[in-house]
Design a protein around this ligand. Structure first.
Ligand code: ZN
Length: 63
């Protein structure tokens, strides 16, 4: 599904970083370095992006 807008634990906005995170990791950058660069420091927020799988395009036709 779509990436959650806010961190489930602390409520910090993380959804705004998803597109930059995904594209930079696809280009071969280390996810840890990308998150540091984006300013996502807390591990509760980092897991929101690291553990996300974008299934929205797969699920959308079945709604
Ligand atoms: Zn958090």
């Amino acid at each position: 599904m779509m990436v959650p807008v806010r961190c489930f634990t602390c409520g910090n906005v993380v959804g705004e970083h998803w597109e930059a995170f995904e594209s930079r990791v696809d280009e071969g950058e280390d996810p840890s370095d990308v998150l540091d660069d984006l300013g996502v420091d807390r591990h509760c927020c980092r897991r929101m992006l690291v553990s996300h799988t974008d299934l929205v395009d797969i699920v959308a036709p079945y709604q």
